[in-house]
Design a protein around this ligand. Sequence first.
Ligand SMILES: Cc1cc2nc3c(=O)[nH]c(=O)nc-3n(C[C@H](O)[C@H](O)[C@H](O)COP(=O)(O)OP(=O)(O)OC[C@H]3O[C@@H](n4cnc5c(N)ncnc54)[C@H](O)[C@@H]3O)c2cc1C
Length: 388
Amino acid sequence: MASKVKKSSQGFLRKHVLDEGLCTNCGACVNICPYQVIYHDRMVQLHNCDLEEGKCFAFCPRTPTDLAALKNFIFGPDNLTLEIGSVKGYYFSQAVDTQLRAAAQHGATVTALMELALAEGLIDSAIVSSCDQDFLQQGKVVRTAEALREKAGSRFTVSPTVAAFNQLIAQEGCKVGVVATPCQALALAKMKLNPGWEDVAKINQLKLVIGLYCGWTLSFDKFTKLLLEKNIAQESIIKMDIPAGKNVMEIYSDKGIKTLALDEVQACIRETCNYCMDSTAEFADVSVGSARFAGGWEDVRQWNQLIVRTNRGKELVDMAVKKGVLELREAPAESLQELKEAAVKKKKDALKNIIRKSGSVKNLLYLESHDPAVKKYLEVEKKRKKEK
Ligand SMILES: Cc1cc2nc3c(=O)[nH]c(=O)nc-3n(C[C@H](O)[C@H](O)[C@H](O)COP(=O)(O)OP(=O)(O)OC[C@H]3O[C@@H](n4cnc5c(N)ncnc54)[C@H](O)[C@@H]3O)c2cc1C
């Protein structure tokens, strides 16, 4: 008789996350046991584990979780919105240091806040993403402002950043800050909720999560094939960006700027990103994305959108303003509304894709049907279908 796969085991993770194309390669299940490793931009299980309850299962952002309870646990009941999670403050922001802005993706808010957290001793180690010669990414522990600046900028392939976090916190006595995409921030939040008794001291070393807005990440294989077709040497890439309203991806190299049509780039999106409900890193202390306001992109790209979500995030941002590290602009209510609408679209699309994949509205893969956001957007979708 075939053995039954236990609901919180590594076997379940394989059957319902890996085999279903849901793994985000966040790295949360790597470096907590010898059986899971990263290969290229994929997590690979080297061996079967016979534990009935695995941390790999508990920490995975694509195993079922009561997201509403998790939000309540991390943020408390105040300031929670269905669209984008906790909002204690919403601004446009930029680093005051123009050299830092030139090295960063947009307004350098992420790097400036991490630098300040290091300088003030709030953290002693930051985990960011680092790209190697072959364009593969991994989490990297950095401890200086110079090293942080070196790793600034966005690479749109996935980085298994949480694997580096797991490795670092195995040594006790650290104070760690992590730059995380939404799935990575969720994995870190699940670690806070579900630490094994021996893990409490380890996870308490996590002092700061700076979240990145994220619409999707690209498959390493598909994207590098596209680069090859377009005669772009991956090792020559210095920077990449998606300027607002132009429907292209810009690739900066030592030979100048090349543009790729956005629909060709979007054909490289990892399957799992189609099932993701979170575009603003709802489980971070602060979340940062590119700014959207009227004006030329050259001006706009020097700014970020900044959501302050926790008291810890608020203290850091207040300090950054007081010390002249960060400049804040009050963002108009319409910008917040636009952000919420875009976030709701991502949630609705994810739900549609999930139902298409599972074949039934009763099977939402990793989502719980009683989750308030899931419930609301399912009802909206059902109503829309009825009215058609
Ligand atoms: C895959 C991806 C998708 C994104 N999608 C959107 C989007 O749809 N809308 C939007 O407004 N913004 C998106 N962003 C965020 C945006 O590109 C900027 O990161 C953000 O505006 C912060 O700008 P900054 O100048 O403060 O960043 P910087 O100060 O330059 O810091 C960026 C930080 O991100 C880290 N990083 C780079 N690549 C990755 C990666 N793949 N995974 C994890 N960490 C990484 C770097 O190490 C660095 O610490 C995305 C970012 C990524 C990585």
